[in-house]
Design a protein around this ligand. Structure first.
Ligand SMILES: [Zn+2]
Length: 229
């Protein structure tokens, strides 16, 4: 099962057309991805499918998809690969065979999936904005789950699911009171149904690996940091 694309030519493409065919791990509805690459994606480093081990979940912390698009296209070239709008539609800003800048220090082995959600917008670092209150619609979460089997089929070493907030623990001075610090990244945030989504991820992991553990699934190194690479 592969993700199909709704391109301007109406043709169907896989998530990453250059990758060799992976085995099917899915039994859910195949998601349709609307291809909308940023104009500068060819400047990003290329990578092989075998380098991809980790899926990192984000919230856009923007009012809508269009704002996220404008930031990606015209901002400092920081964005994820796939964007999931509130209605469950999936939009690809960066091909998955390119390294995107979406999580500091962990970009090369990871795919960035962004869920449209207001988050802390517009005062991201204000101490009074640190508890976002927008829920993630069921359609959006369902679309996210639908992506998992397709991605797992295409990237055979993709085994680790993390949140941006698991990987970026940095704090910065708050904008309303510089004597107090706030997290630089909290997304996807406390309203994201992490337990439900992680349980689903683990469920399809068990089904596709028959209990075998990938080498990056355990790390004896210093506690606290997630296993990467
Ligand atoms: Zn993020």
């Amino acid at each position: 099962m592969f993700v199909s694309y709704d391109t301007e030519h109406g043709e169907e493409l896989r998530i990453s057309p250059n990758y060799t065919r992976g085995r099917s791990a899915g039994h859910r509805r195949t998601p349709t991805v609307h291809d909308r690459p940023v104009s500068w994606y060819r400047l990003l480093p290329a990578r092989a499918a075998a380098q991809v081990t980790t899926l990192v979940l984000h919230a856009t912390e923007t009012p809508d998809l269009e704002t996220a698009w404008e930031l990606a296209e015209h901002g400092p070239r920081v964005c994820g690969h796939l964007y999931l709008d509130r209605d469950g539609s999936v939009h690809r800003f960066v091909p998955l065979d390119r390294v995107a800048s979406h999580v500091r220090g962990h970009n090369t082995p990871s795919i960035g999936v962004e869920l449209v959600n207001t988050g802390r917008h517009p005062d991201h670092f204000d101490t009074r904005s640190q508890t976002p209150d927008e829920d993630f619609p069921a359609d959006q979460i369902e679309a996210l789950k639908n992506l998992f089997p397709a991605l797992r089929a295409e990237f055979p070493r993709l085994r680790t699911l993390l949140r941006h907030s698991d990987l970026d623990l940095e704090t910065v001075p708050s904008t309303d009171d510089p004597s107090r610090r706030v997290r630089r990244r909290i997304d996807p945030g406390p309203r994201f149904p992490w337990d439900e989504v992680k349980a689903f991820w683990d469920q399809i992991s068990d089904a596709s690996t028959c209990g075998s553990s990938p080498t990056f699934g355990r790390s004896g190194r210093s506690g606290g940091s997630p296993p990467m690479r």
